[in-house]
Design a protein around this ligand. Structure first.
Ligand code: ADP
Ligand code: MG
Length: 680
């Protein structure tokens, strides 16, 4: 008996060759075939009168052939077949090229449907239209994603064969009846029939909604399952909340958003399962203070805490800001572990960590290496390490620890997408900046105004402020280094003669990089010329200008990160984007930057401009590929599916009830195929 799991080779019309071609489209089983959804449709059911149908668009008309096609050989290899058809409204000329087969089928007096583009004047014309019998052709036809050697009609035929052969099996619905009714969804059979062969537009919409819902539901259930598994582990006990004690000596009051995030974290840590939380907040939203506050509660409960940064420079910066935040807390000792420490320094830190004398260890990924033994690690905080990977978690587990985890990220991802990507994490969002910030003004200018921009910068430097200039991105073949060096030299000898100009680029030795950053942070340099290495984490409140050359070459997210380097102190800041770009998308990007500083708005715009596919780069996020749902337009269904998944999961966490059995299998299949590691 044919089932969804049967290889397509068992279908009539599929030999070895075709099976190979189908495999290229990801179609191996009958089930794959049924979920090979049309990429678009041709609507042969919306028949228009020839006289009033729009010209220059794909449309469908119904006409009676007035005579048999006339063959005309124009030259070798080019034969035309022409004939006239009419509907009640007008006459139309049809031309077929080198297509005796189609021409032969046209019988005078018979009615046909013609799908194509109308052109011409007094007598409208259609060249090489698709032609179907008027009796059976008036329907919405699927157009399938294809590969060379297969055509859409073939796949259509195959789908129809498979559906017939499956018979009653199509009535097996993954979704429990109760859920289906609650969500006003059609049956699986109806959905499959109408996504491939829609009865009409409405049926297509109904079918699509059901399939989108199903797909997103499976995804969410899978993610909840993964989250559930990590919850099963034993956890570090945190009994008391020390937030107030920590805040009493802070030089500022936490913003509402910061307080909420701290509360979320402390609540997580008080549960008997480890915290798995993403703290998402724009640059400058004060994630470090949240981290410090949460760490303080963990530490006062007798635990150690680790904070990981992606680079040494950032680690050092974190250590410095944490030291300040814990300045009057003698019971918290902040240590730093990076590759550039001397052996003796390293040993000293390791000893303090092992004895428990150091409660808060800051560093790069080295902090979780073999050599580091903790007395009692209770909390791991990561900053801008987008996926705290399975390996790091395994490393921790190997040490017999299941600490709480707080992942911090300034990468603005629309919230719904964040829930998808970090589906195994809970999310807190800092959607409010600390008070007293002056908003950053952003201007996009063309290169003709560059000299004026330099003048503007000098004015601020003369007042004692500092500025960043981000170098042009290099063309292929050039090296980053040469371009940056040449550019810095040119600025120092020209418009910024007499000012202290520093250079920062990715190929510098860590030590030199650090020295330059320090010089800039301590105001020994007025102007920092830099490649995008400056993007991550520099915090110099006295720097009030950010200039980005070739701004069109940067993505919105990156521009946003760069701009976040200024506006960090009490001075009003400006960002100048220099670009001569004319193309619409680049212009639109720069316009978005000028209009808003809200990272989430920018992320939404980015999503609109680029679509979600690009958003995560390649498939590193480890999520299964979406076959039908479109994260841009199906947001409302995503919310519904999320809520439904949560309800299902709460009632039946392992989907053990008989009515959920098919769902459970489908979730398992979906995630096995993707390779689940990516999700951890
Ligand atoms: P992020 O890491 O989210 O980009 P930071 O933690 O570096 O932001 O905070 C940016 C600056 O804001 C720091 O100088 C910090 O001391 C300050 N800050 C944080 N929270 C507050 C607050 N509630 N009120 C005033 N200043 C704050
Ligand atoms: Mg930060």
């Amino acid at each position: 008996m044919l089932t969804l799991a049967t290889s397509v080779q068992y279908l009539k019309g599929v030999g070895e060759k075709r099976a190979e071609l189908l495999a290229k489209l990801g179609i191996r089983t009958v089930g794959d075939l049924l979920s090979h959804f049309p990429r678009q449709y041709e609507d042969w059911s919306a028949v228009l009168p020839i006289a009033s149908a729009p010209r220059g668009e794909s449309i469908c008309v119904r006409g009676t052939a007035l005579a048999a096609p006339v063959e005309r050989r124009i030259r070798k290899g080019l034969t035309l077949y022409t004939f006239s058809v009419s509907d009640a409204s007008a006459l139309m000329r049809v031309t077929l090229f080198n297509n005796p087969y189609a021409a032969q089928k046209i019988k005078p007096g018979e009615a046909y449907l013609f799908f194509g583009t109308l052109t011409g004047g007094t007598v409208p014309e259609m060249s090489s239209p698709l032609i179907e019998s008027a009796e059976t052709g008036a329907r919405i036809r699927p157009i399938y994603p294809l590969t060379a050697g297969l055509n859409s009609k073939y796949i259509e035929k195959l789908v129809s064969t498979a559906m017939l052969a499956l018979g009653e099996q199509l009535d097996r619905d993954l979704l429990p009846d109760s859920l289906r009714r609650e969500q006003h969804l059609c049956t699986r059979r109806y959905a499959l029939e109408n996504i491939h062969f829609p009865a009409d537009r409405e049926a297509l919409e109904t079918a699509r909604r059901r399939l989108v819902f199903e797909e997103l539901l499976l995804l969410q259930l899978g993610l909840l399952g993964i989250k559930g598994r990590s919850l099963a582990e034993t956890a570090v006990k945190v009994h008391r909340d020390y937030t107030e004690e920590f805040c009493s000596s802070l030089p500022f009051t936490l913003t509402g958003a910061q307080s909420r995030a701290v509360k979320d974290c402390v609540e997580d840590m008080r549960r008997s399962t480890p915290m798995n939380r993403l703290l998402q907040g724009d640059v400058g939203s004060g994630k470090t203070a949240v981290a410090a506050c949460v760490a303080y509660t963990a530490i006062r409960n007798g635990w150690q805490c680790v904070m990981m940064a992606p680079t040494e420079i950032l680690a050092r910066q974190h250590q410095e800001s944490l030291k300040k935040l814990f300045a009057d807390k003698p019971n918290v000792r902040v240590g730093l572990l990076t590759g550039s420490l001397t052996k003796a320094q390293k040993r000293a830190v390791l000893e303090q960590v092992e004895s428990g004398e150091c409660q808060l260890l800051v560093g790069t990924h080295a902090v979780l290496s073999e050599a580091v033994q903790f007395a009692a690690l209770g909390l791991v905080i990561t900053d801008e390490q987008h996926r705290f990977g399975v390996r790091q978690r395994a490393a921790l587990a190997a040490k017999g620890m299941h600490p709480h985890l707080l992942v911090m990220s300034a990468t603005p991802i629309p919230r719904t997408l964040a829930l998808m990507v970090y589906g195994d994490l809970d999310v807190s969002v800092l959607n409010e900046l600390p008070p007293g910030r002056t908003p950053i003004e952003t201007y996009a200018i063309d290169t003709a105004k560059r000299e004026r921009a330099y003048g503007y910068i000098r004015k601020f430097l003369n007042e004692g402020r500092q500025a960043y200039i981000v170098c042009p991105l290099v063309e292929e073949g050039e090296t980053d280094l040469v371009a940056a060096e040449a550019y810095a030299k040119q600025l120092a000898a020209g418009p910024f003669q007499g000012y202290t100009v520093g250079l920062l680029h990715g190929k510098m030795k860590a030590k030199d990089k650090e020295q330059t950053m320090r010089d800039f942070a301590e105001n020994r340099l007025s102007l920092l010329v830099s490649t995008t290495v400056v993007e991550v984490g520099m915090d110099v409140p006295n720097a009030v200008l950010m200039v980005v050359e070739n701004a069109e070459r940067f993505g919105l997210a990156q521009l946003h990160q760069l701009r976040g380097r200024v506006g960090r102190g009490k001075y009003a800041s400006t960002c100048i984007l220099i670009s001569d770009a004319q193309n619409a998308e680049a212009v639109r990007r720069l316009k978005v930057m000028c209009e808003t500083t809200d990272g989430f708005k920018i992320a939404d715009a980015d999503l609109q401009l680029r679509g979600p596919g690009d958003f995560f780069g390649d498939r590193q996020h480890g999520l299964p590929e979406l076959k039908i749902a479109d994260l841009l337009n199906d947001m409302s269904v995503l919310h519904e599916a999320q809520a439904a998944a949560r309800a299902l999961h709460d009632g039946d966490p392992s989907l053990e009830r008989p009515e959920n059995a098919l769902l459970r299998d489908a979730v398992a299949t979906l995630f096995t195929r993707t390779g689940e590691q990516g999700l951890n």
